[in-house]
Design a protein around this ligand. Structure first.
Ligand code: NAI
Length: 471
């Protein structure tokens, strides 16, 4: 037995082990910082255990199901696919578990000290950890990063029971695929679940309060998603207000404003997420929290208290794991005394993994016009792309928005918006163009491999020069 007292002072304490928190711990420890990570559940957070990773894993099951259902078109005969949901859940669990083990191993290798418990901020950059084993320990550091993340928002009248009413926290543990399901909220999470369940055989209805699903997404891109959803008999109702529901023996009846009702076996509430700041004990610490619960920070992620920072879903920036990573790196660079450039939130990559996939960066056409830009727009569809025809996946488009120069030609690339096959993997060129403030001339001579899906991006860029190859 070691007679050494447990260490209680560190260079840095990170509260919360989701993507933002573990990125801070891993990046900081790789630069030699001595770090404590406080996590009440499992390192990996929502993204790994109840978000991005299991969602994309189940969407891949939907992809496999669609592929098998379509196999005869390729001359491959097989029996109609049938879903073994228990196996699906096992595979999802094994992917998550593998990544969790990898992350835990990495934290150990980097000598990050992990405290299993709930951290509360105290004075003088201290954190009191209420351990999951009932113990209490006070630790201190030269800096503290708050990264406690977010939880699903719910709506009045829809008490989550994990059986009939679910949020993204419960969907991943469903014991079967519901026959009829309503998805309340047609944002990124709602559309991913709706697409996945529809492909796996559920009759899905999206109930969205706004006039359009996928808020913030370019309207032409949304149209392609709607068209595909419609083709797959997925019912999308926009501008609807849900007033309540009356559970029965095995399902529930949803009531809509105007008197209409909808009978379903399950309801998935996906109306956004809220920051989880209440358990951090921030009252009286000097760290400010806004009326929605977000911790208030400046563009360098600094709270009002010297040496205390906040990153990830806890602050009012895009709720994306990769934004959390970027904010974590930004803070660590400052702790190391290095030059730190604030994250440009208007140019982050957005990826939504429904079918067809959606990926975009920069301004939508509407936003560019609203911001006062005169624009040139180029749109190209997958129907003319040989690889898309080969793989049999031609829904969607690539749309590029460029600033119009006084002579009418296309200048700086303002936005790249895509829907269709593997666009979440294809956004890279658009991301670089927008983030390097490239002009159309800068990238129009880039050569795209043939045959490849990336040719549609190339065609859309060429289109902005006024000339094209294949269209
Ligand atoms: P969201 O804010 O993107 O969408 C919520 C939708 O629900 C909105 O369209 C809103 O108008 C609608 N809504 C709100 N109240 C409603 C009501 N009472 N009845 C009907 N509709 C209502 O939130 P979402 O989809 O839950 O995602 C949460 C966060 O997670 C977002 O920050 C999102 O960016 C992030 N996320 C990103 C993903 C991705 O990029 N692939 C995937 C999943 C989540």
């Amino acid at each position: 037995m070691s007679d050494q007292a447990p260490k209680t002072h560190f260079d840095l304490i990170v509260v919360g082990g989701g993507p933002a928190g573990y990125a801070a711990a891993l990046y900081g420890s790789s630069a030699g910082l001595d770090i404590a990570l406080v996590e009440k559940d499992k390192a990996g957070g929502t993204c790994l255990h109840r978000g991005c990773i299991p969602a994309k894993e189940l969407l891949e099951t939907a992809h496999v199901f669609r592929t098998v259902a379509d196999a005869s078109k390729f001359g491959v005969e097989s029996s109609a696919p049938s879903l073994q949901w228990a196996t699906t859940l096992e595979r999802k669990a094994s992917v998550v578990d593998g990544l969790f083990k990898g992350l835990s191993g990495l934290l150990k290798k980097r000598k990050v000290t992990v405290f299993d418990g709930t951290g509360k901020l105290g004075s003088d950059r201290s954190v009191t950890v209420a351990g999951n084993d009932g113990s209490t320990v006070r630790i201190t550091a030269d800096a503290v990063i708050l990264a406690s993340g977010s939880v699903p928002r719910t709506i009045p009248g829809f008490d989550v029971d994990g059986r009939i009413v679910l949020t993204s926290d419960e969907v991943f543990e469903m014991q079967s695929v519901p026959g009829r399901v309503a998805v309340i909220g047609g944002g990124a999470i709602g559309c991913e679940f709706a697409s996945m369940l529809s492909d796996l055989g559920s009759q899905v209805t999206i109930l969205e309060a706004l006039p359009q699903i996928l808020p913030g997404v370019d309207k032409d891109v949304v149209s392609t998603v709607l068209k595909s959803f419609k083709k797959r008999s997925l019912d999308v109702r926009t501008g609807v207000k849900v007033t309540g529901h009356s559970p029965g023996a095995s399902g529930t009846t949803i009531e809509l404003e105007g008197g209409e009702t909808l009978d379903v076996d399950a309801v998935i509430v996906s109306v956004g997420r809220r920051p989880l700041s209440e358990s951090l004990g921030l009252a009286g610490t000097g760290v400010n929290v806004d009326e929605r619960g977000f911790v208030v920070v400046d563009e360098l992620c600094r709270t009002a208290v010297d040496g205390v920072w906040a990153v990830g879903d806890l602050i009012a920036t895009p709720g994306l794991a990769h934004v959390g990573y970027a904010e974590a790196i930004l803070v660590i660079k400052q702790l190391l005394g290095e030059q730190a450039v604030p994250v440009d939130y208007s140019k982050v990559a957005w990826c939504i993994y429904c079918h067809p996939e959606v990926a975009f960066v920069g301004m939508t056409e509407e936003a560019a016009r609203e911001a006062g830009f005169d624009v040139v727009v180029s749109k190209h569809r997958w129907m003319g792309n040989s690889r898309a025809l080969i793989i049999g996946d031609t829904d969607g488009l690539v749309k590029i928005i460029a600033e119009k120069r006084p002579d009418g030609s296309a200048g700086r690339v303002l936005g790249v918006h895509m829907s269709g096959p593997w666009v979440t993997e294809q956004l890279g060129q658009g991301y670089l163009a927008v983030n390097w403030d490239a002009t159309v001339d800068d990238i129009a001579h880039f050569i795209q491999p043939h045959p490849s899906l990336s040719e549609t991006f190339g065609e859309a860029v060429l289109g902005l020069t006024g000339r094209t190859l294949n269209s």
